[in-house]
Write a protein that binds this ligand. Structure first.
Ligand SMILES: Cc1cc2nc3c(=O)[nH]c(=O)nc-3n(C[C@H](O)[C@H](O)[C@H](O)COP(=O)(O)OP(=O)(O)OC[C@H]3O[C@@H](n4cnc5c(N)ncnc54)[C@H](O)[C@@H]3O)c2cc1C
Length: 321
């Protein structure tokens, strides 16, 4: 099966989730695959993709692709598809992937296997499963008889494996005038440049149990001890205790870290929808009946103001050994 992988970058840095999608395609294809990389000044990162399984990189390197544009990036993917004629197109289920995939699919009149957590090839068809009903059930999905099959892979689920490989062949895409109807004028990043929960391997989250924004240092201490990203429930985001970029859940970010530590979070279904697929979940809550304990791998019933500092201390001691 012939794969083409859409690669996402920010300021010339390839997103980890795209390397995961690329490794996945390489594994399913049993060898190097084609990729497409739109952006500005992306020739150097393009060469690096060989390690992750890119045999060829279609590069669309232009000033007007420096910032994301749906029309421009999908245009690059379209042109690479025309040249490569793949059976399947993969990309990461990031915010960008979730914007690119539907437009691209609509243009080819096919559907998308969105946000899959498993993907395999059966009789030349992509088959996978994805969580539905806020993670309460799994849906087995395939692309039917579509000529072009498209899937987006959930970040942090598939390994992004760098292997020794030859440098990929670079093909420059000659895109026609883009003239997007909507244009990103600028991107404002938070000053702190915090680790993004969507890509983090370890997340420590705080909920209404922290009582007020003045108590974030309690959670931050454990977050820093673990080298984790900071997550939050919607309740504390809505209360204005922290920025929305930290929100995990149905209307926040969907995460699948190796370790998720929920501090003073009840475990509402909308929160579980965003973190229920984490590999190990540790919940600290004073209510033994809190729903978060139903999904927790390890549960600690107790007051976060006593437990969290103890856990942070133990983590630092263990790391120092
Ligand atoms: C359409 C929709 C979308 C939503 N999207 C999201 C979403 O994306 N993400 C999200 O998180 N929520 C979302 N929600 C909100 C969700 O339903 C819950 O209201 C929210 O998750 C609750 O946040 P919480 O767990 O911090 O607060 P609470 O439910 O108030 O829970 C606080 C918990 O802290 C515990 N606690 C209190 N004090 C302590 C202490 N000292 N020590 C230990 N534990 C303590 C309590 O026992 C309790 O379990 C959404 C809701 C709707 C309707």
């Amino acid at each position: 099966m012939k794969f083409l992988v859409f690669i996402e970058q920010r300021e010339g840095k390839i997103r980890k989730a795209s390397l995961e999608a690329l490794s996945l395609a390489r594994k399913l294809a049993g060898g190097p695959v084609a990729t497409v990389l739109p952006g500005k000044a992306v020739m150097a990162p393009a060469k690096d993709l060989g390690k992750y399984g890119a045999g060829v990189v279609y590069v669309a390197d232009r000033d007007d692709l420096a910032l994301y544009s749906n029309k421009g990036y999908v245009g690059a993917l379209d042109l690479a598809t025309e040249k490569e004629n793949p059976d399947a197109v993969l990309m990461a289920a990031t915010a960008m992937g979730k914007d690119v995939a539907p437009r691209f699919a609509a243009r080819h009149d096919v559907s998308v296997l969105a946000d899959v957590m498993d993907l395999r090839v059966e009789m030349d068809r992509l088959v996978g499963w994805r969580p539905v009903y806020s993670g309460k059930a799994r849906a087995e999905v395939d692309c039917g008889v579509a000529k072009l099959q498209i899937a987006t892979a959930r970040p942090n689920v598939f390994p992004g494996e760098a292997r020794e490989a030859a440098e990929p062949r670079i093909e420059t895409l000659d895109l026609a005038e883009i003239a997007p109807r909507a244009k990103v004028l600028r991107v404002e990043t938070s000053e702190s440049r915090e680790l993004d929960v969507a890509e983090a391997d370890v997340i420590v989250s705080g909920g209404r149990g922290i009582k007020g924004p003045e108590n974030w240092p309690l959670i931050r201490d454990l977050q820093q001890a673990l080298g984790a990203a900071l997550g939050a429930s919607r309740a504390v985001v809505d209360a204005g205790w922290i920025d929305h970029q930290h929100q995990v859940g149905q209307t926040g970010k969907v995460v699948s870290p190796t370790l998720y530590v929920a501090c003073g979070i009840s475990g509402a279904i909308q929160h579980l929808a965003g973190m229920g697929t984490s590999k190990v979940i540790v919940a600290i809550n004073k209510d033994p009946d809190a729903p978060i304990f139903k999904v927790a791998t390890y549960g600690i019933v107790g007051d976060i103001f006593q437990i969290v500092p103890e856990v942070a201390k133990a983590v630092r001691a263990a790391k120092a050994e």
